[in-house]
Design a protein around this ligand. Structure first.
Ligand SMILES: Cc1cc2nc3c(=O)[nH]c(=O)nc-3n(C[C@H](O)[C@H](O)[C@H](O)COP(=O)(O)OP(=O)(O)OC[C@H]3O[C@@H](n4cnc5c(N)ncnc54)[C@H](O)[C@@H]3O)c2cc1C
Ligand code: SF4
Length: 406
């Protein structure tokens, strides 16, 4: 039901957080910190927490990761810091994400103001896109004294943070709080403005550098689903649900196609909104699933039936969908009023007059231009913590570029 969709998991109590921090081995080599893509330094903030220095922990987390409250909720830590945690060899890893959430919730409820900025340096930067990459670039550059303007095609900032990740995992209230920290650094936001190739040429002339952070906004599809009215693209569906705060009319049953986190988000969202039968068909078998274990478990616990190893081979306009198994001899036919396609997202660069090959460089710069890029467009993992990492790296890259002129 809608309340279920809108309700976020509760965080740790102070006592639980201190107990969890006290399990930390205070490792000298801090493998958790080495494996955080954004350099959040969990070993340092957990040490502060262990010695009851909550304010110090807040400072470490926010100074190191400008989107720390968001990462605390959505980072796939099981692939990074928690996988590296030395306690894995004893019992189970320290729950780093939950501790980070405790710390950033403390920061929010005590209204701490940790971020500061340097004197203006007279340089201007334009950023296209206000998803996590655009936001983090804006924050880091504003801190360094740049005059930053962010152009966003929608009426609000956040990208997939606002219109993709479901409310029960990432409430818009948290997104708003993190964006406020960035706008308080003096960042100028211009909304309802989609940049095209002509405007891009203007921005290149008017600014010392331009960052493209337009992400992967388009959901992929398959030819067999063309012009089929029963089909919705998962990212469009999740956007509609989040914008309407869950108030959307749904049928009694639905099929989801895909085995990644977006497919799990679509499946669980359907269940939370009261759809009785949700069946997910995934290309991968369970052991190779792309979705995080946690998301997969939650979807299964909510009653989503997941059939692994199947590919869709036919779909009729009346909603009869046929799947065959990739390995065993098995065919499944199912009639459904709604098919949600969650088979990946891709770039949309046509209006900017650029091609994806332009974004292949490891130094975040389009060759021989003052154009830089970050986030999903960079050849890195496609998630929020990597968006933050790319923002830190592109900030340093732009500082070098403006110093050296190359
Ligand atoms: C449903 C879903 C669930 C996810 N769950 C997680 C998760 O749990 N954990 C995680 O780490 N990651 C998750 N991700 C991935 C994560 O959201 C992305 O990797 C991240 O948002 C990429 O950031 P970005 O800034 O590059 O792009 P985006 O977030 O896509 O932002 C791009 C922004 O650019 C704007 N834009 C595009 N073109 C133009 C233009 N021409 N002019 C002006 N503005 C433009 C868009 O409107 C948008 O606001 C999820 C993604 C989805 C879709
Ligand atoms: S690796 Fe685990 S046990 Fe070691 S410092 Fe990091 S969180 Fe603590």
């Amino acid at each position: 039901m809608i309340e279920d969709y809108l309700k976020e998991e509760v965080g740790l109590t102070p006592k639980d957080a201190m107990e969890e921090a006290s399990r930390c081995l205070l490792c000298l080599d801090a493998p958790c910190s080495q494996d955080c893509p954004a350099g959040t330094d969990p070993a340092k903030f957990i040490r502060s927490l262990r010695f009851k220095n909550v304010i110090g922990a807040c400072e470490t987390v926010r100074e190191n990761n400008i989107l720390a409250g968001i990462c605390a909720r959505v980072c796939p830590t099981e692939k990074y810091c928690e996988k590296a945690c030395s306690r894995c060899g004893i019992d189970k890893p320290i729950h780093i994400a939950k501790l980070q959430r405790f710390i950033t919730d403390y920061e929010a409820c005590t209204k701490m103001n940790i971020l500061s900025k340097m004197e203006p340096n007279g340089k201007k930067i334009a950023i296209i896109g206000s998803g996590p990459a655009g936001l983090a670039c804006a924050g880091y550059l504003a801190k360094m004294g740049f005059f930053v303007t962010v152009y966003e095609k929608y009426s609000k900032a956040g990208g997939y943070l606002r219109v993709g990740i479901p409310e029960y995992r990432l409430p818009n209230k948290v997104v708003d709080e993190e964006i406020k920290k960035i706008s308080d650094l003096g960042v100028n936001f211009i909304f309802n403005t989609a940049i095209d190739s002509n405007k891009l040429e203007e921005l290149k002339k008017e600014n010392d550098a331009v960052i493209i952070a337009t992400g992967f906004p388009k959901g992929k599809t398959l030819d067999i689903f063309n012009d089929n009215k029963k089909v919705k693209i998962a990212v469009d569906f999740l956007k509609e649900v989040k914008e309407k705060k869950g108030k959307i009319k749904l049928p009694e049953s639905a099929v989801v196609i895909g085995g990644g986190d977006v497919a799990m988000d679509a499946s669980l969202t359907l269940k939370k909104l009261g759809v009785k039968t949700v069946t997910d068909f995934a290309y991968e078998e369970f052991e190779y699933f792309k979705a995080s274990k946690d998301e997969l478990l939650k979807a299964r616990e909510a009653g989503v039936t997941i059939l692994d190893g199947y590919i869709p081979v036919k779909a009729t306009k009346s909603g009869v969908c046929t799947f065959t198994h990739r390995i065993i001899d098995s065919k499944v036919q199912i009639k459904t009023p709604l098919i949600i396609l969650a088979i990946g997202q891709t770039y949309d660069l046509d209006n900017l007059g650029l091609s994806i090959e332009d974004f292949n460089s490891s130094d975040y710069r389009i060759k021989n231009t003052n154009l830089f890029f970050a986030g999903d467009l960079a050849p890195l993992d496609k998630n929020v913590v990597y968006a933050v990492r790319s923002a830190k790296e592109v900030t340093n890259r732009i500082i070098d570029f403006l110093k050296e002129g190359k």
